[in-house]
Design a protein around this ligand. Sequence first.
Ligand code: FE
Ligand code: ZN
Length: 517
Amino acid sequence: MSGNLSYVTSISRALEEALGKGYQIDPDALKLLQRLGEKRKSRRSPVEGEPSFEVIVREVMEIKARTRSTSRAIERSDLIEIFPELFDLIAESTPSSGVPDTKKVVLESIEAEVEVMKDPSSHIRPTGIEGFPQLFKSRYEKMSRILAERPEGRQVIKISKVNKDKGASKISGLVFSRRPTKNGIEFTVDDDTGSASIIALSPEAKKAASEIALDQCIIADVEASQGRLILKNIIQPDIPIRTASISKKTVYAVFLSDLHIGSNKFLEGAFDRFLEWISGRGVISEEDEEIVRRLKYVIIGGDVVDGVGVFPNQEYELAERDIYKQYEMVSQKLKLVPQHLQMFVIPGNHDATRQALPQPMIPKKYAASLHELKNITMLGDPTLFKLSGVSILSYHGRSLDDVLATTPGLSYERPQEAMKVLLRARHVAPIFGSRTPIAPEVEDHLVIEEVPDIFHSGHVHTVGVDRYKSTLIINSGTWQAQTGYQANLGISPRPGLVPIVNLATLDVRLREFLVSS
Ligand code: FE
Ligand code: ZN
């Protein structure tokens, strides 16, 4: 063992071995090893069982080989990942004069206040022979209650009572079909008494008819004319103007999604920078320090792994092809999130749980080590929960693809606009029978019954922040570089940019981790 050698010799031996095997050592990684060496030297006598530098570096190389990592660089994060206890040792022993980029943040003691209000995981109850009609009955009933709260809702009459020959009326129901005709747009609306065919002829009416999502609930303001119902106006369920609830104390929450761990496009370096930052290491600005001191919550909106067999030929884009090992890699990372932070994880379409919405939480069967982390709460998709008095609807966002594909004028660069369509429809996945699979549940859990203070999604891999009638809208981007699939679609992801929310003001700050600052 290296007991008799100076640490410098031991490090250079480790380096030589790594270089000989075709690996490079990142300068930051080298610095970390040197600091560890200084620490050891100051102790004079070696501690029993302490791994030598050669052993540490060898271990990193072995893991890289085993996980078929495409990177031949040994980074600081690789060392921390394998020997987190070594990193802790260094962090606590850092002298104030020693390393300027690291200072110890004095944490504010803040109690976590968590209330899970609606998690579909434990309420999943597929219908029997009744199938989808039961789901749509539930959707119609829930939406009718929402519409009844609108002033126009009180004037609504049942479709069976509509006089098709004269007069104006308001009807409400689910939009079941829509097609262009010679001079307008024709669509049908169903309630529990029947179906009405409505035609939009004026430019304003046509615009309104094209902007609604299929299968969503609306109030149609119509005028009868010679047996036809002409559309005057569409009233969406929408969210009311209100005041959002806020936390009494300054406390911060960070919003993440779409880690895609296991993909060879996972940006590990950027994610490690985030993990260090969140741990109060490498904190550089006063503003950073202010946030980290009062940080309490980490919300992860799904696609934590890249999964296996999600799309054809995905195996060529995977660094790890075993789904169990992918989740193991996730917990290796999330283990580095300090214990005083509370994490919340919902699934996405790349995760190993039921694909049809609502999705139950990622089960223990696949992600045992994640479930074991004490500071993590596994939830379903979508879930409504309250953190320090602020309600958050976290929804992965699969249906955003459908909304973006069918609503004129929307694009992947501004996912917040598609999220507004969902808020106006008061449903996270209104469009049925398109790309978003929806399960035939007895109850429609996808209706947005309570108006959230924060509406959080991911999935589209672009960052968007906006406010809509005092609800804060956040799409939290990704940690995966552009994939071949996205390149074909012309989608440019925005990885490593993290929305951080002060729950006392609902102000948002975007923090960059893609490049080191
Ligand atoms: Fe994703
Ligand atoms: Zn997704």
